[in-house]
Design a binder for this molecule. Sequence first.
Ligand SMILES: Cc1cc2nc3c(=O)[nH]c(=O)nc-3n(C[C@H](O)[C@H](O)[C@H](O)COP(=O)(O)O)c2cc1C
Length: 164
Amino acid sequence: MSRVSDFTELVAELDYPMYIVTAAADGERAGCLVGFGTQTSIHPERFLVCISVKNHTLPVAEKASLLAVHVPSEEPAEQRLAELFGSETGDKTDKFAHCAWHRGPGDVPILDAAAAWFSGPILSRTPLGDHVGFLIEPDTGECPDLIDVITFRDVQHLEPGHEA
Ligand SMILES: Cc1cc2nc3c(=O)[nH]c(=O)nc-3n(C[C@H](O)[C@H](O)[C@H](O)COP(=O)(O)O)c2cc1C
């Protein structure tokens, strides 16, 4: 591999699960679709989500004490959530006025249509280039049998609310 474009082309061919990350702070709610997410440790349990510096979600997540990570499946209602949170920006649209949700731990919004989710305190925030990595300690959530989770291939056609 000799050129950056080779790397860009290679990673565009990869497939991986998608997440919807939500946050709340100072009475404000935010959330976005995230592909850059991964478990980083088994014992202790740790999960990293990376939020773009351009996203409306970032300043809310910076002030929040915890995050919620939803794992949408290909059920139509969950696909609609992925589209809403990936192609609209909180700069212009109150996404939470367009979906059902309830307050979870620390008032973080939990999206009703997303059956699988977890939340936990933010342990660290790390600048990682044009994204900030939030390391969380999952301590609450619901885990039904997960079938057909939404992956990058399912949503790569969406036009992101913010340019990456
Ligand atoms: C396939 C796909 C993957 C994305 N992955 C990420 C990601 O890993 N991190 C991120 O911050 N935004 C990601 N986005 C972009 C945001 O979800 C999108 O710009 C969203 O509209 C931002 O909303 P906000 O401005 O309300 O935060 C992705 C979007 C798509 C369509």
